[in-house]
Design a protein around this ligand. Structure first.
Ligand code: HAX
Length: 428
């Protein structure tokens, strides 16, 4: 048994007891109320989900188990996953144990590559990625154990195995998509000496003489790893997982949500926006050029990608981490210069427009410019990188949900007329 699994096995009895006591003693306490505007407004602010891996506060942004994401920007993915699951910062031997565990699980079934070969050339990389995860469902240890009749208390154990199997394979799968789709040559072999994030950079095969691309990729993997439970990808996975569909089904569902332009696809849209601006105004647009380009976009009824957020009401600390990385290393790059101009100008433009509740940059506003600067220029691939990373949070959330025996999700829906009647009787 891996050190991480053993650590979880120690923690889970206490977790279960704490939650059982909380529900038994305070089950009727009210933690939220739902307004008509919230029912029609995507349930913003409704507290109805439990997520212990991370928290997003409107005015400070993401914390993972109490640690600000800014303080975690330079840890490895292995350390991040251990923290997400247990709430503890692992020591170096625990990190190494997990690194080696993932190495042992890394082989990707050959039929995944056959599947890619059968797909049309213009298939979106996110479709390929999600299809690969779904196709591997036959490997699920949870599904096999469930059909043999495990008890509810044991559900988390095979879910943990599925989580680690998936995480170990995702970098090689994503890199295979990249190399096949963009004619980058044969798939590379994983390197035994590298951690998960650096090995992913190596598998992608982007020319990296300075090693800075690998540093960026490690940071990218941690910054995107989790964003509490209500975002589209995490919540989609939770709903599907609550039917005891295994992690392959659940993660694929989450990735399909991540592929939407209002969610993870925004990083692709952001870089396209920057490139379109450079195309329209040359390599050094003035602030007036940037401003008029943004206003023109808004006048077409379109959003400025990378700005705004459903929860945040401050600059996203993940953006700030990327921005600092770029300011230190590539402030002369034309794409990064535009990102820098946008972060100075867009908040004011959106405030003047007066619609967006949050005018500040989100995580997607800067990451693409850095990938582009280091030579990963294929923008349609960017959301796959996000998906590899977000798999850490989604799988950690699912393991904990199974550990706590979280039930089938089934909120109540009501019709518009019922709401009208309710409002009428409340006001009469
Ligand atoms: N540009 C222009 N208008 C914007 C805007 C932006 N960046 N952000 C919000 N608005 C508009 C909305 O479209 C909405 O307009 P309508 O009233 O005409 O419908 C209005 O402002 C109010 O929206 P909101 O309440 O502030 O924002 P929502 O919670 O509804 O949506 C979004 C949050 C992130 C989807 C939104 O800000 C947006 O579309 N941003 C651009 C796309 C983007 O960057 N997405 C990535 C978000 C981070 C993430 O999840 N990454 O994975």
């Amino acid at each position: 048994m891996s050190v991480l699994k053993a650590r979880l096995a120690e923690q889970i009895p206490d977790l279960r007891r704490d939650v059982q006591e909380l529900v038994a003693e305070h089950g009727d306490a009210v933690i939220s109320r739902v307004s008509v505007a919230q029912a029609f407004g995507g349930m913003r602010g409704v507290r109805g989900l439990v997520c212990d891996t991370s928290l997003v506060e409107p005015d400070t942004g993401l914390t993972i188990r109490g640690w600000s994401i800014r303080d975690l920007a330079h840890v490895t993915a292995e350390e991040c996953f251990h923290l997400l699951l247990t709430g503890d910062r692992p020591d170096p031997s625990e990190v190494e144990d997990l690194r080696l565990d993932w190495k042992r699980r890394g082989d990707v079934p050959g039929y995944v590559f056959d599947l890619f070969d059968a797909m049309p050339d213009d298939m979106h990389p996110m479709t390929m990625f999600s299809s690969a995860v779904l196709a591997m469902q036959r490997e699920s240890k949870f599904a096999a154990a469930y059909s043999e009749g495990i008890t509810r208390d044991e559900h988390w154990e095979s879910t943990f195995e599925d989580a680690c199997d998936l995480l170990a394979k995702l970098p090689a799968i994503a890199a295979a998509i990249y190399r096949k789709k963009y004619d980058k040559g044969a798939r590379a072999e994983s390197r035994d000496d590298l951690d998960w994030g650096a090995d992913f950079a190596h598998l992608l095969g982007v020319d990296d003489p300075s090693g800075e691309f690998a540093t960026l990729m490690r940071m990218f993997m941690v910054l995107h790893s989790d964003h509490e439970g209500g975002n589209v990808s995490a919540h989609a996975s939770t709903v599907v997982g609550s039917a005891l569909s295994d992690l392959y089904y659940a993660l694929s569902a989450g990735l399909n949500g991540l592929a939407g332009p209002l969610h993870g696809l925004a990083n692709q849209q952001c870089l396209r926006f920057v490139l379109a601006l450079l195309e329209a105004h040359g390599d050094a647009p003035t602030e007036d050029d940037v401003r008029s380009f943004c206003l023109d976009r808004l006048s077409q009824g379109r959003v400025i990608p990378g700005y705004g957020h459903a929860v945040l009401r401050c600059p996203d600390p993940r953006f700030t981490a990327f921005f600092e990385f770029g300011s230190e290393r590539c402030s002369d790059s034309p794409v990064f210069r535009v990102v820098s101009q946008l972060q100075r100008l867009v908040p004011e433009i959106l405030q003047e427009q007066g619609k967006a509740k949050n005018p500040w940059p989100n995580v997607d506003a800067g990451s693409g410019s850095l990938l582009y600067h280091y030579g990963l220029t294929e923008v349609r691939f960017y959301t796959v990188l996000f998906g590899v990373s977000r798999a850490m949070g989604i799988t950690a959330q699912q393991v904990l949900a199974r550990a706590l025996g979280m039930p089938l999700e089934r909120p109540k829906s009501v019709g518009t007329q019922w709401i009208r009647d309710q409002v009428a009787s409340a006001t009469s």
